[in-house]
Design a protein around this ligand. Structure first.
Ligand code: PLP
Length: 400
């Protein structure tokens, strides 16, 4: 490690709350699918700010929109009518069957809004005392008190934060009977990710999703889909739920929506939207002028440059290359799975050692659940980049 790295690490320890297990890498600049460390060394980025910078880093077109809007007006508050958030809303709603949108600032905040909307819709519109949200094991919905309670993971994410809010039940993944058994008189909604990202890159099967939708219909429940990680073309459709031919009552977006500026959104049917009225939910920064202008441009680019199709094509290419590696290293790769460019390679050897080996060879990706390499590169990734990733992984596995 260089002295520069040791210095930034020490400063971080002195100044910031110790909440992140950071990678041993300090980044000073980023462009496209590449990161550059303090010494100018180049790294291949298959993390994209954790599925955020889907159009790649350091884009002049987005920087221009940002600067132009910042000179006009940065922030007004939602007390004023303003066009940038309407332009974004029109574009966003044209990508899906939702009728209304509420803008937030992050994935957790969008999910929090979705949960609030489901509860309030049941009480105020349906007149029923339904508030409980059922979620799945291994899910990840965020770090606010409600969303961490909704999250189907345990350990430091939940430890020490008691008392957690009431009104959440988590059931085993893939078990329809458990889901049916958890539905009661107070159940308001079932909340799912179409592909569990943090939980180990687990796509839900079409049959399971059909059963979930049927249970929602039978029991008058709302279906909430958390598309914070899967949305905005990542999985090969604009929204992952579109692979499954379903229309959620409420779904959420964040991460890639503004390619790195903080933005979240709650999208819902016109019917579900009746759950909110003035004063029932709000955000000072949500839908601010600069983030909205940038997100609108992101959607233009996603659509005009066919990023969903590209994610599907590159995801299929990554899958075929990963399969070649699995055949070569059957004792070290257990399998590969995913949807589009939300792609996981499950290792049956020491995951941390493989991840460290990749980083030592200047390839950045995420390791989730201790043994799954989660690949979420920018959607602008080239086949040549995927081949570099696989060649380095091959080298690391061979040396292990
Ligand atoms: C599926 C999902 N939901 C919610 C969140 C929380 O988003 P944020 O970190 O923007 O609050 C994440 C973050 O990784 C996520 O993957």
């Amino acid at each position: 490690m260089s002295n520069k790295f040791e210095a930034i690490k020490e400063r971080t320890g002195n100044l910031l709350c110790n909440t992140y297990g950071r990678y041993p890498l300090a980044v000073s600049r980023a462009k496209g699918c590449r990161l550059y460390d303090l010494d100018g060394e180049e790294y291949l980025d298959f993390l994209a700010g954790i599925a955020v910078c889907s159009l790649g880093h350091g884009r002049d077109d987005l920087a221009d929109v940002m600067a132009e809007q910042a000179r006009k007006m940065v922030h007004l508050s939602n007390l004023f009518y303003q066009e940038p958030q309407l332009d974004l809303a029109e574009k966003l709603l044209s990508t899906c069957a939702a009728g209304k949108v509420f803008f937030a600032n992050s994935g957790a905040e969008a999910n929090e809004g979705a949960i609030k909307l489901a509860r309030r819709y049941m009480r105020k519109v349906r007149g029923e005392d339904r508030y409980e949200v059922i979620t799945l094991d291994h899910s990840f919905h965020g770090r606010t008190l409600a969303t961490l309670t909704a999250t189907g993971q345990y350990g430091p994410i939940k430890d020490g934060f008691d008392p957690l809010p009431q009104g959440f039940v988590t059931v085993p993944f893939g078990n329809v009977n458990a889901l049916r058994g958890a539905i009661g008189a107070n159940t308001a909604a079932i909340m799912i990710e179409m592909v569990q990202g943090e939980g180990g890159v687990r796509p839900l099967s079409q049959d399971y999703v059909n059963d979930i939708v049927a249970l929602c219909k039978e029991n008058g429940l709302l279906l909430i889909v958390d598309e914070v990680q899967t949305g905005v073309c990542r999985t090969g459709r604009f929204w992952a739920h579109q692979h499954y031919g379903i229309t959620p009552d409420i779904f959420t977006s964040a991460k890639a929506l503004a390619n790195g500026l903080p933005m979240g959104a709650v999208l819902c049917t016109d019917e579900a939207a009746k759950g909110f009225e003035p004063g029932s939910h709000a955000s000072t920064f949500g839908g601010g002028c600069v983030v909205s202008a940038v997100a609108a441009k992101v959607i233009d680019i996603m659509v005009s440059e066919h990023m969903a199709e590209r994610a599907a094509e590159m995801g299929a290419f990554a899958a075929s290359e990963a399969e070649k590696l699995r055949l070569k290293h059957p004792d070290k790769i257990a399998g590969a799975r995913g949807l589009g460019l939300l792609f996981g390679i499950e290792l049956s050897c020491d995951g941390k050692a493989v991840w460290s080996g990749l980083l030592a060879n200047k390839v950045v990706c995420n390791l989730t659940q201790g043994k799954i390499l989660r690949l979420v590169p920018p959607l602008v990734v080239e086949k040549a980049d995927i081949l570099v990733f696989m060649a380095v992984l091959d080298k690391v596995l061979t040396a292990l």
